[in-house]
Design a protein. Structure first.
Length: 234
């Protein structure tokens, strides 16, 4: 399994809302086998999934059969994910903290850590990569373009394992976007609500500028201050 040529062939999606459905459709259109688990029985979403070229399944089936699993459910539900079933799996975290849907959660808004690191701490043994999270589902639907297209938009990726990040970058490219590497998983905080890159529907060069400018931004200063205090630095 150490080959650099490893690619995702079966993509699982947990979450059959707007984001999950858009990502499933893009992946199916790109030739991936796509299996999607919603919050209820697979039969409830089977017709809608069939219409976009995907297959409805249980979370257990997604975890067992997918080469990579996209998390497209409300972040506040991450502790319900089956950690043991996802052990060893590439997990793509496309979730964000929304107080309106998740409630006021100090654990999900603590600037000392990124939310993807919280997900990784729960999914022990999984390979969590932050991606497909900062662009709105409508922009993902509308902006997908073939490689090399003028004005093609970019998606940032944050992860600790180079091989897993490369697999996600290949997926992002296949879905219709230029992959931009943001750094380790902790850098995923630069893609969360409050950061300039959140909501960004821009080309790769502009997205890189946003990421490079994060430390000097208002959110970046808040994060640096919180992390400095946490580590005992001035």
């Amino acid at each position: 399994m150490g080959s650099e040529a490893r690619r995702i062939q079966t993509l699982g999606v947990i979450g059959a809302g707007r984001l999950g459905t858009v990502l499933a459709r893009l992946a199916a259109s790109a030739g991936y086998r796509v299996i999607v688990a919603g919050s209820g029985a697979p039969a409830l979403i089977a017709p809608a999934m069939r219409a976009i070229g995907a297959t409805a399944a249980t979370v257990a089936t997604v975890a067992a059969e997918a080469d990579a699993v996209v998390l497209a459910l409300p972040l506040g539900q991450y502790r319900m994910l089956p950690a043991e079933a996802l052990r060893g799996t590439l997990v793509i975290d496309a979730m964000n903290y929304w107080w309106a849907s998740d409630g006021i959660r100090d654990d999900l808004s603590d600037p000392r850590t990124s939310t993807s690191e919280l997900v990784q701490a729960h999914l022990v043994g999984a390979h969590v990569v932050k991606a497909l999270s900062h662009m709105g589902y409508q922009d993902l639907e509308d902006e997908a373009r073939p490689p090399g297209s003028p004005g093609r938009k970019a998606i940032a990726i944050a992860g600790d394992d180079a091989q897993q990040v490369a697999m996600v970058a290949a997926l992002v490219n296949d879905l219709g976007f230029d992959p931009v590497l943001a750094g380790p998983l902790s850098a995923g905080i630069m893609l969360e609500p409050g950061a300039e890159a959140f909501g960004a529907d821009v080309e790769a060069a502009r997205l890189r500028e946003m990421l490079e400018g994060f430390p000097a931004s208002q959110r970046g200063i808040v994060v640096a201050r919180a992390r400095g205090e946490a580590s005992g630095q001035v």
